[in-house]
Write a protein that binds this ligand. Structure first.
Ligand code: CTP
Length: 443
């Protein structure tokens, strides 16, 4: 029989008051409706691990959608319901998301696998999940608040730092769980259990992985790239032959490991210093994962990972821009070359590409220059716009881009400072242009 340890004290200590109130009011509502309500999954796992987690998942032994509607109207928020799955998302007025699911026996595929007397809806709900550590539930109804429901030895596995599946078909049912196992293992510094590892190897031998759709692989890769240390996951994947199983070109080489190490450092550095623009992690790390792959081969990877047309186009373009910038940066000399030149090299490149360039550059001064671009140059704004040019009586046309661009470069190089100086320079450029055009029509 399972034990139900009460962890109310830990729950109270480890959650912010707001989250605690949320749990309490959800539990109170469950009580009023006569339904048992549980917090489940990663939320509960992370309470035990003492890690902050604000993604609240609830399971209701009753009608999840009705519960969600009532909860939203009580607490103030909107509901998006998926009647097909009997699930709902509540978005509270402060932005907090609460996912609500329904636990009811008739929806499960496995009832025959367990003796009927033992079945409770929450148990079946938890049994469908990937790993024991994610298969915990926490009662939140009044009177039972804080009781931990652990059917599968999750607490023991958390204590022993083990990732373990609930049953032997887990990876066959869903091979993406292999990547999830690796992700959780690295994130928490756990170990995939012995039997679970055998099941992973089995699934890989059956080539379940190669059959996985590009969309699903990419989705999981993106989760990995959002982790603190994606490279640790990649290395584990490589050890198990998963990189090659996704696509032979994705095998990790020494160069890739080196650039991915640097990318991780640069990424963390950037996150500490700058809030904006936010980095799209996968756009950054996919550059490292595909380093050294020839231009004519890269399409194989984007096809395997099911990039959209636009993603593929943007990605190829980014790789080209980076190659181009690398060459130009080599010719740029600090103190000799103009800052505006550095600006022109880097400005067209999305921030992920800039960080890649930084990670790629072994030369300290190039890194310093890129960092100077990120810290200052990219924010430079001129104080003149198209309206001003119109007011100066300049006929709209391509000349506007030319003028504004030259003003920007002049400002970066410190040739103009004030708005007046910039307006004056605009007139000068305009007149020069008139003279030049006059010349060309005469010739
Ligand atoms: N789940 C699963 N199989 C999957 C994906 C998810 O069994 N392929 C289950 C897991 O038990 C998980 C729950 O669905 O706890 C919610 O999924 P997700 O939000 O991805 O997991 P979390 O555990 O909350 O992970 P994270 O901390 O990364 O958000």
């Amino acid at each position: 029989r399972r034990r139900e340890r009460n962890i109310a004290a830990q729950v109270k200590n480890r959650l912010p008051q707001k989250m605690l109130n949320l749990l309490k009011s959800a539990g109170d509502l469950g009580h009023k409706l006569g339904w048992e309500v549980y917090a489940v999954g990663g939320f509960v796992r992370d309470i035990l691990l003492g890690r902050p987690n604000f993604d609240l998942d609830l399971v209701v032994e009753g009608d999840g959608i009705e519960f969600a509607r009532k909860f939203a109207s009580l607490s103030g928020g909107r509901v998006k319901a998926h009647s097909k799955f009997k699930t709902a998302v509540v978005i509270l007025d402060d932005g907090q998301r609460v996912d609500v699911a329904t636990a009811r026996l008739e929806y499960y595929e496995y009832p025959a696998a367990l003796p009927t007397v033992e079945l409770s809806s929450i148990k079946m709900d938890l049994y469908r999940r990937d790993f024991t550590v994610n298969a915990l539930a926490l009662r939140i109804n009044p009177g039972r608040f804080g009781q931990l429901v652990d059917f599968f030895g999750a607490e023991r596995d958390i204590r022993n730092r083990t990732i373990r599946v609930l049953h032997s078909l887990s990876f066959v049912e869903d091979p993406t769980r292999i990547l999830r196992a690796i992700r959780f293992e690295r994130r928490f510094d756990f170990q995939i259990g012995g039997q679970t590892m055998r099941l992973i190897k089995n699934a890989l031998n059956l080539e379940l992985f190669s059959k996985l759709s590009g969309t699903r692989v990419m989705h999981e890769l993106q989760w990995i790239m959002n982790e603190e240390d994606p490279l640790a996951c990649f290395i584990r994947m490589q050890e198990l032959g998963i990189m090659a199983a996704i696509h032979p070109l994705l095998k990790l080489t020494k160069d890739k490991v080196q650039i991915l190490t640097e990318l991780g450092k640069v990424h963390n550095w950037y996150k500490l210093l700058y809030l904006e623009p936010e980095i799209t992690s996968w756009k950054l790390y996919i550059l490292g994962m595909t380093m050294g792959i020839k231009r004519e081969d890269i399409g194989q990877v984007t096809t395997r990972l099911h990039f959209t047309r636009k993603e593929e186009k943007d990605f190829k373009q980014l790789r080209d821009m980076i190659g181009d910038a690398l060459m130009k940066l080599m010719g740029w000399r600090e103190g000799k070359s103009k800052l505006s030149r550095l600006y022109s090299i880097l400005h067209p490149i999305p921030v992920e590409g800039i960080l890649f360039l930084m990670a790629r550059s072994r030369k300290e001064h190039i890194r310093r220059n890129i960092s100077q671009y990120l810290a200052r140059l990219r924010y430079v704004k001129i104080d003149v716009d198209g309206k001003d040019l119109l007011n100066l009586g300049i006929e709209p046309g391509p000349i506007y881009t030319i003028i504004l661009d030259r003003l920007m470069r002049a400002k970066i190089d410190g040739h103009v400072e004030t708005r007046e100086e910039q307006l004056e320079m605009a007139i000068k450029i305009f007149k020069e242009d008139l003279v030049q055009n006059g010349d060309s029509t005469e010739n």
